[in-house]
Design a protein around this ligand. Structure first.
Ligand SMILES: *Cc1c(COP(=O)(O)O)cnc(C)c1O
Length: 403
């Protein structure tokens, strides 16, 4: 944790815990480095579902070329925060009300998931026009991916053979402008695997368009740039990715490539900070029971990993009895929920961990608070802090949009 964040955590009272602490200058620097690594003709959108915290979205505005949203709720939320930013609307199961909302909001791109969705759209357009991408599920091998959305039977996108019916519908409707294809096939790939997948997908897309006499101007290759929770220092290799994209795009001189990462943009800017309520030994194994748990930070339970953490020692011990502690041994860090699934890190070596010490979980800026089951057991919600070194605001409570 960098000094400005540690300072901030040092000023928090126990009443502020658990707390989410967002490093806004860290986020700004990270996304600017991503941007700088990407060649021309690559547009960077941020997938809002990774974390739609308002300050995070405001920080990203201006650093990215737009936002990808996947629900009417995200659409309204992002539009209200950044009225000027281009928005792409994707995701399966768009309701007629959501499609109408997208048309009303004038979204820049609509990612079409099925022929039925396209037909629904034509009934809602009226005298408006829309720019669309067809989402295709390519028959490719997604290899080492942590999550595969395509390359096998899935509810996302269309089989290549299903695209032709959509082309006929679009050809018959001048209100719909086909810009190209959308393919978000897998999450959790390192740069070489992402590049290989994009290379294969663009070759396929170019052939597909050529055979049909389509002028393909745009492909959105989705997100899924890998985040390695076991090695927090090893980040997705954006410079190698950018250099690889430059080589690939040289073979597609008229194409604009869009990417829409989420996790790899915001994962590193968030911390979940809490304190140790109890240290227990069960059949010789050490357990640290923390305030909060996976109902605030579901990421390690969802992805079955150990969430990386730092211990922030608290020297004051106000009780008259010996302070429970674990020393030079593996400790399992659990939360307050009455379920064995409430594990944040499993048997991780610590030098010393005592009741009252604080623990700061790293990489909690994406798919963390917003994917967690907050209501379970009715514990209090965390407080939310946005550290912007120049101007460190007081603790605030962020009310997420649940509608
Ligand atoms: C979830 C999602 C993303 C973002 O994925 P990350 O793994 O967070 O980068 C991008 N595009 C689509 C269509 C998605 O569903």
């Amino acid at each position: 944790m960098r000094p400005a964040l540690l300072d901030h955590v040092g000023r928090m009272t126990d009443g502020d815990l658990p707390a989410y602490v967002y490093d806004l200058p860290g986020l700004r620097g990270h996304v600017q480095a991503i941007r700088a690594a990407l060649p021309e003709r690559v547009e960077l959108l941020y997938a809002a579902k990774a974390n739609s915290d308002p300050s995070i979205l405001r920080t990203l505005t201006g650093c990215v070329d737009g936002f990808e949203v996947a629900s009417g709720g995200e659409l309204r939320h992002v539009r209200a925060l950044t009225p000027e930013a281009p928005i792409s609307f994707g995701g399966p199961g768009k309701t007629p009300a959501e499609l109408a909302c997208a048309l009303e909001a004038g979204v820049e791109r609509l990612h079409i998931e099925s022929e039925h969705e396209l037909r629904l759209l034509t009934t809602l357009l009226g005298d408006r026009t829309v720019a669309a991408l067809l989402r295709v599920n390519l028959p490719v091998d997604v290899g080492e991916a942590a999550l595969a959305m395509g390359g096998h039977p899935s509810p996302f996108g269309m089989d290549p053979a299903q695209l032709d019916h959509c082309l006929e519908l679009i050809a018959a409707d001048p209100r719909i402008g086909l810009r190209g294809l959308h393919l978000h096939l897998a999450s959790g790939l390192r740069a070489p695997a992402q590049l290989a997948l994009i290379d294969e997908a663009l070759t396929w897309a170019a052939d597909w368009a050529h055979q049909r006499g389509i002028d393909l101007t745009e492909v959105n290759a989705g997100g899924g740039m890998g985040v390695d929770y076991a090695h927090p220092q090893t980040k997705f290799d954006w410079p190698a990715f950018g250099a690889g994209l430059r080589r690939i795009l040289a073979r597609h001189p008229h194409l604009t490539l869009r990417i829409e990462p989420g996790r790899s943009v915001t994962a590193y800017c968030g911390w979940y900070v809490t304190d140790v309520l109890d240290i227990k030994f069960s059949r010789g194994q050490a357990f640290a029971v923390l305030r909060g748990g996976t109902h605030h930070l579901r990421t390690p339970a969802a992805k079955q990993h150990d969430q990386p953490f730092e211990v922030i020692p608290e020297e004051v011990w106000p009780r008259p009895w010996d302070r429970p502690e674990a020393r030079d041994e593996p400790v399992t860090l659990v939360g307050q929920l009455c379920t064995p699934k409430d594990v944040l890190a499993h048997q991780v070596m610590v030098r010393r961990l005592r009741v009252g010490d604080r623990v700061a979980f790293a990489m909690a800026g994406a798919y963390a608070w917003n994917i967690s089951h907050h209501a379970f057991l009715m514990h209090p919600h965390p407080t939310f802090h946005h550290v912007d070194d120049a101007d460190v605001p007081a603790a605030g409570t962020y009310a997420p949009q649940m509608s």
